[in-house]
Design a protein around this ligand. Sequence first.
Ligand code: PMP
Ligand code: GLU
Length: 397
Amino acid sequence: MFQLSERLAALSPSETLAMSQKSNELKAKGIDVINLSVGEPDFFTPDHIKYAAKQAVDDNFSFYSPVPGYLSLCKAITEKLKNENNLNYNTGQIVCSNGAKQSVCNVLLSIIGPGNEVIVPAPYWVSYVEMVKLAGGTNVIVSAGIEQDFKITPAQLETAITPNTKALILCSPSNPTGSVYSREELRGLADVLVKYTDIIVIADEIYEHINYVGQHESIAQFDDIREQVVIVNGVSKSYAMTGWRLGWIAAPQWIASACNKLQGQYTSGPSSIAQKAAEAAYTGSQDCVKIMRDAFHRRRNLIINLAKDIPELKVAIPDGAFYIFPDCSAYIGKSFKGRKIAHSADLAMYLLEEGHVASVGGLAFGAPDCVRFSYATSDENLVEAMKRVKTALLALE
Ligand code: PMP
Ligand code: GLU
């Protein structure tokens, strides 16, 4: 009898990708679905980046790259960290991978094993908890509700720490909530972490440039915990390059070396062409980043106004990323033609099947009362989608 490994049997599929897939299946059947499920910019990759990739093909960047990425890309990343974030790293501390998804997984597989606990603030990005499971570790979920803008406090962090705590995963700007930790809030968390020098913070900063409240704040800026911080970032969101698959870490040397060793055995360096494209993204004009951020900002204001018009939806105003994460508890427990909506995953499925709008239920993000809508799409789509959501929600009784 064929049997999957225990590791695989315990793994849940990615809900974000699953909802997007389901939406595409309905579209293929001719149903006019508006997809607000998967989180990816709707913009095309900027021309100067595409040009660099074409050039790389012609220049025969067709051989294996060094496992952590070309030195020129690692250098472009250290310069970005210096210029944009005022952080000094050397190129040996950078490891480039097949998307930030692999970067997070590399770090977890490198430092987490059975018996180790990882503190994951909820709402969390769906993949963190599954990656911790893959590594054999234990998730310790710390919940932060809408009333605290979905951000954990230093006291909550300290309460969750045990002698087995090995890491904290902090995502700011956050997927799925869009919340952004301020410098003071990060300092508060750092004041706790400084007392536990063997805890590593995995700071997922993939939405760094999609921030509507000003300069990005990294927890790595605090020198007293700097040796405990791994920054995760990449080009997917800032440069509309989700399909190119290029993410990276900036890490203490021992973690960078471990990820290099791990990656050398199971994927090698990321695509040579994607690396040359990413290098152009970091060294070229940053106008495209601002243009896309401004568009997301305008769409955020639009979708917030539309969502606030839906009775009994509790909507926080997100400061970054491109998601809204309303609390829909008023509609959970209601029914449509005898079909009971037991939780947010049911609600997302109902919105897809009856309202033809794809979203992702908050259950997969550790927030069973909420639903995530990505607003990385056109104004027309947002207006029509929220009209459909309103009609579908009001049809519940
Ligand atoms: N972190 C967060 C919070 C994300 O939303 C995503 C989604 N793409 C990733 C990491 C991974 O990004 P990628 O693998 O496309 O670089
Ligand atoms: N991170 C995006 C999302 O949350 C892309 C899908 C994924 O990789 O999970 O929708």
